[in-house]
Write a protein that binds this ligand. Sequence first.
Ligand SMILES: [Zn+2]
Length: 276
Amino acid sequence: MDVLTVINTFDGSEEAVKPTPGGRQRRLNEDNHERQQTKKIHYSGGGRIPTIGCKHTSAKCFCQADRLTPDDLVMNFQKFHDKPNKVEQDAALLYLMSVSEVKRQRQNDENRQKGRNVTVKYSLLWDEHPNKLPVCKATFLSVLGISKDRASRVAQYYAETAEARPERRGGARNIEGSDSRRQLIINHIKTFTCRASHYGQAYYSRQLYLYLFGVVRHHGENSRQPKEDVHLYVWQENQGPKDSNMIASALNDCFIVRLASQIRRSKGLRLFSDSC
Ligand SMILES: [Zn+2]
């Protein structure tokens, strides 16, 4: 089996990629310590990893998630989680949420109890600050690492009071260890080689196909076959495709350049192909 080599676009180092026949599950080992640390924090709920939560493309959808770079993800996550308390976090959310009320013709008591019907448009910060990038709810939540309940509570409260929610949980929340967590997140995002290929150029190396088209002039049964009667056309896949046009060009060259005089002198031409 071929061994592919993938160049990590972040630090330029090469790592060999071996296709595995039995599945893609990574085996845990010591070298993955950093990754394991990231996972540990991730699964313990102590920290979340900003990720894009959808597959929307800006060409086809209002959601511009595919324009966010890994740096943008970290920036959004950091700016949000570095806020000293929940009130400021909620205010930051509102800066990125455009809340509008859905007007209902009739609003009975039941509706009022459930809260207002609001629509929310979400956006995230990106490179061209202060312009914001519209995104779908899924990506908004997954990049900031918040629950959909929290987002809708903030939107609901804003719709009713036109302000961010006051603190209801007893003072500033502890954001201890945010520096080490930030570094873990950055390290983790740097492992997203596949995702990175979206944003910049991705390089990879592998063996190239070598194509060969051979024309052998045959002199009849049991005749000798000197090397002068063998014409080989050889090219690499980066030089041209292996298609009918290329084969016809090679054959044309053989007839009108290599074998022109012999063909002119002959009375007939019979072509055989072993079709390989
Ligand atoms: Zn989206």
